[in-house]
Design a protein around this ligand. Structure first.
Ligand SMILES: NC(=O)c1ccc[n+]([C@@H]2O[C@H](COP(=O)([O-])OP(=O)(O)OC[C@H]3O[C@@H](n4cnc5c(N)ncnc54)[C@H](OP(=O)(O)O)[C@@H]3O)[C@@H](O)[C@H]2O)c1
Length: 228
């Protein structure tokens, strides 16, 4: 039977590469997108449109997937975005925007997905995306709201792992440094691109985390910094 994987942020850099990878690994991919990009593409790739800052929209989509497909084996919660700003110029509006984009979009999907996975005999795997500024204060001082919003992801994963231990639901956090994306190359033209972690490297690590080979891992936090 096909395994079901949910991928949010699936029109983004990491999302597109993840879709190809997990289709090639034989998954049925449920791709959540922020804007309509057409109808169902194939039996194995189904798209759903939702603004994931909206809890009801997220829950409706996840309930629909569960009703029709019964099992969610894995979920990659990739939606997120960056904003710079120090303590001097970070006010409540930016703070709320970053928390909504980087934390609530993950939480709104993780909550129903986690609840479903704890009822499944095989459990399930949830992948969150953190970031280095949330772990290393000196990196976070110039992106304060971003760092704070991503730091919630690590605590959420820890709490879900405490809750999911007896039901084999494991939440992992991957922590990329700068990813080698077209946007980052444009924004930092003088950087040494070969120091950056590639999307393929990240997606290969995700594939490992959700595979049977990683079944002994508990509370995984994977730092994918490349040479940066
Ligand atoms: N790029 C880096 O160097 C880097 C470094 C560390 C961590 N990360 C993290 O890695 C993850 C993926 O990065 P990426 O470069 O692939 O990002 P990306 O290309 O900017 O993609 C983000 C995706 O999220 C979607 N999205 C944004 N707001 C949404 C909303 N309210 N509801 C539903 N979907 C929404 C976007 O759709 P639309 O475009 O249609 O809005 C897009 O598909 C993010 O969590 C990011 O914070 C990135």
């Amino acid at each position: 039977m096909k395994k079901n994987i949910i991928i949010t942020g699936s029109t983004g850099n990491l999302g597109k590469v993840s879709i190809s990878k997990f289709l090639s690994e034989g998954y049925r991919v449920h791709a959540l997108v922020s804007k309509k990009i057409g109808t169902e593409i194939s039996d194995d790739l189904i798209t759903y449109e939702a603004d994931l800052t909206n809890e009801n929209s997220a829950h409706e989509i996840i309930s629909g997937i569960i009703r029709e497909f019964h099992t969610i084996d894995a979920a990659l919660l990739l939606v997120g975005g960056y904003a710079s700003g120090t303590i001097a110029n970070t006010g409540s509006e930016l703070l709320k925007r970053m928390i909504s984009l980087n934390f609530e979009t993950a939480y709104h999907v993780a909550q129903p997905v986690f609840n479903q996975m704890t009822t499944q005999p095989e459990g399930g795997r949830i992948i969150f995306v953190g970031s280095r500024p949330a772990l290393v204060a000196s990196d976070g001082k110039n992106s304060l709201a971003y760092a704070l919003s991503k730091s919630l992801i690590f605590k959420l994963a820890e709490i879900l792992n405490a809750e999911g231990k007896s039901t084999n639901v494991v939440s992992s956090v991957i922590v990329p440094s700068t990813i080698d994306t077209p946007e980052n190359r444009k924004a930092m033209p003088n950087a040494n691109f070969s120091d950056w972690v590639t999307m393929d490297e990240i997606v290969d690590s995700i594939a490992f985390l959700i595979s049977a080979k990683a079944s002994a891992l508990r509370d995984p936090v994977l730092k994918l910094y490349g040479k940066a």
